[in-house]
Design a protein around this ligand. Sequence first.
Ligand code: NDP
Length: 602
Amino acid sequence: MGTATAAKPAIDKQALLAKYIAERDKRLRSDGNAQYIQIKDAFAHYLDDPYTPVTPREPKTDHVTFAFVGGGFAGLVTGARLVEAGVTDVRIVEKGGDFGGTWYWNRYPGAQCDTASMVYIPLLEETGHMPSEKYAHAPEILAQCQRIGTQYGLYENALFHTVVEDIRWDEAHKRWVISTDRGDRFTANFIGLGTGPLHVPKLPGLDGIERFKGHSFHTSRWDYAYTGGDPLGAPMEKLRDKRVAIIGTGATAVQAVPHLAKTCGKLYVVQRTPSSVDVRDNRPIDPVWFKDIATPGWQQRWLENFTANQAGGNASEDLVMDGWTDLSRRIRARIMALPRDQMTPKNMLAAYEDSDFEKMEEIRQRAATIVEDKETGEKLKAWYRQLCKRPCFHDQYLQAFNSPNTELIDTDGKGVARITEKGFVVGGTEYEVDCIIYASGFEVGTEYKRRAGFEVTGRDGLTLSEAWGEGMRSKHGIHVHRFPNAFFVQPTQGANLISNIPHNLTESRRTIAAVVKHAREAGAAEVEVTQEAQDSWVAHLLTGFGRMIGAPDCTPGYYNNEGQDPGPGAKYAVGYPEGATAYFKYLDGWRNAGTFEGLAFR
Ligand code: NDP
């Protein structure tokens, strides 16, 4: 993983930290999240589904055992497990035109997973699918979502192109009532919520953005009709005579830019903050090797190994060997190198910091080495700690700046000044373009109801927004008091393993299937976490180190609420203090005990 072993010049930590702070300060702004605009009204067409036509259907007014909001990985893995547990009428409600979630919408050229396919793509063993590459591309991941849907019969009951508008608990009938924008009003004994953290695209609130007369779109609704090409990587021939600007240089742009650079007549990559771009080292998976390792239980072993290498496990080998595990291995090696009597929290933190400085220095040198134009190479250097922003890995992104048609427009942390009828303005210069592609990311940190698009109303009219008004409260991140028969499928307050979200979901689905099975066998109409159990879980969570992302010197971004005080509720956005490996072990024991301590079945 690009881990040079030759002696390196010592890092001047004070100077480096001063540089981090200076770069952060350039970017801090008082409007925080409000700098972005919600996509609606004049911009509503940005959200149209370019991939699947909407087909008319009759509204549903029936009853199902389990309704799940979200047809991405969370809904699919939970649905599959429920089917295995004998619940055959699972209804997944999804705003896209098919299963896939993120992988339905994000079909931009070059989209691929950043976490190794072997651990990232769910249910590989169950579906018998061998990933084609170490980091599979989006079409293969979407196909796996569809495969899961087909294999477990989840299509039959699914409602696509359907946006949930309201979910409320009906105390009299002990069931949930779900209403949608397609006129549905059906009921379910149980609900699951897995709408994902990043699914509402946002636009930068740039002066004049509505005035642009050329073509424009957001990366999560890629307009292949305009660009030519396809998600499989066919060249975007229609851009040969076009001047294109891509605004934003996050994980999406890092993957799309190399493809744009291949065909655009002229490509402007408009940067506010550089991403850290480490080695990708993608390669095909060898079927002979795969056959050898794919013995029963292989994917669970790989999941556990990847997690053990990241989060508190004692792994003697590293099966995945990538940028994520490289970072953890380095930190561990430095900590283990400390003499026993010096293994204090302070020294361990210092070892962690040293390893981070060293890694980021290597990544910065990578930019300087790969990019031929020295000035551009300098501007592509990321001046922050690795976990201040989403780490990126790519072997063609930095190289794209060596193409004569590709130009980095660095805004020195200020962003685009304004959009005009003909293009965009940076540093007093207007750049005329035919097309603007917004790689400006997704809403994070806006209120729950706005992002979800619906409110959940539990017992006694209590809404989820009220229940979580001062921060999230749950047991295991799954069960919430006064929301009986509801399951939240997401990582926070559970393992909180952000390097591989699917592992969190895989464990949640086991819990949900076991709880539902138990409730049905016990003839219980309701299952709900007790107030006491929830409080004690939350109290335990707060005994940990706190949030691992968003150090005070971090440059603003969605990891740290755009550099603004995230409020008192943020301290609850944490995981199990003992680490993800310990959490999964604990959860396994909790499930297997069969008593589901903390849940009341009535
Ligand atoms: P991000 O939010 O990461 O990036 C948005 C970009 O837009 C940033 O570079 C931001 O700059 C820039 N921007 C915002 N406003 C302006 C402005 N006014 N002028 C210029 N630039 C501006 O969105 P992405 O879609 O790239 O990624 C979102 C997340 O999705 C990732 O962090 C990752 O979690 C996930 N993802 C995962 C992938 C994978 O696993 N393979 C691939 C792609 C995405 P600034 O940094 O200064 O705010």
